[in-house]
Design a protein around this ligand. Sequence first.
Ligand SMILES: NC(=O)c1ccc[n+]([C@@H]2O[C@H](COP(=O)([O-])OP(=O)(O)OC[C@H]3O[C@@H](n4cnc5c(N)ncnc54)[C@H](O)[C@@H]3O)[C@@H](O)[C@H]2O)c1
Length: 294
Amino acid sequence: MQGRLTGKVAIVTGGGAGIGEAVAKRFAKEGAAVVVAGFAEDPVREVSEEITASGGQAVPFTGDLSLQPVAEACVQLAVEQFGKLDILINNAGVFPATATLDKYPVEAFEYMVKNNIYSVFHMTRAALPYLQKSRGNIVSAGSEAGWMGIAQNTPYGGTKAFIHAFMKGVSTEQAKEGVRANCVCPGPVDTAWTHKETGPMSAKMEKEVVAAPPLGRRGTPEEVANVYLFLASDEASYVTGALYFVDGGVTNSKGPHGEEVPSELKKEPEGQLVLEHSKDGHTSIREENAGRMV
Ligand SMILES: NC(=O)c1ccc[n+]([C@@H]2O[C@H](COP(=O)([O-])OP(=O)(O)OC[C@H]3O[C@@H](n4cnc5c(N)ncnc54)[C@H](O)[C@@H]3O)[C@@H](O)[C@H]2O)c1
């Protein structure tokens, strides 16, 4: 059966957990061959095996994508394994701390600059020669926080605003090479990051984050993956330099509008993907994933 990505080769960074798992599985279901990339500690091998077990094409890649040689090796794996590269999904990111800025840990700031910004820079730079050949495209993970700012993790919003501006610049510069570049900007998504039990949010922060979107709930990883799919596919051939908000309306919200939503409308859709790693995300500083940025 013809899928929306049949014949395409994609790299999904941060593909072992959360939204990335859903993107990798959605793309594979639509016929793409997928490189599932993430840290060695992330369940990238599991996701890759789950895809192949259900009839899709995938290979795992493990390493720190914020490092230039590792990013280049990831791109090489895609080309060696599948012969080309059509789609780069820059989804990898971290959310290691919450605190007001006067108390914000400096190492958490550096950790985000390293893992949220350097990884997007090096992966995009390494992928471009191959995307130019295939007339491919890039979709990067922005955020409503990169548009609105976010209290108690102000540097996180800054790293995401970098990605918005970076992708817009890339889209203009690379249009003449036939390469498109866009951002998906999620609001609160049902991954490890937005639960007090699995991430750095306090109970109060979690409550506010879920009450703010007018749709009254978190988005699911699959709902976000659906928008990645559209942007990465040829259906979006006239879309470049765009920020696609997948945020339940939170960037328009001026208060806890979600509290007014009746409970039956707050139920998350079940979806079709089998997601095993949506809460396996990266929500603290791991010593082995820190280190020098250059
Ligand atoms: N969850 C949300 O509410 C939300 C909201 C807005 C934007 N986003 C964005 O979506 C993306 C995914 O978020 P998530 O909630 O699925 O997170 P997650 O922690 O579940 O998954 C992200 C994965 O990326 C990996 N990663 C991070 N840096 C890496 C590096 N240098 N090399 C290799 N792998 C690396 C992590 O280890 C992790 O496995 C992030 O970029 C995030 O900023 C998420």
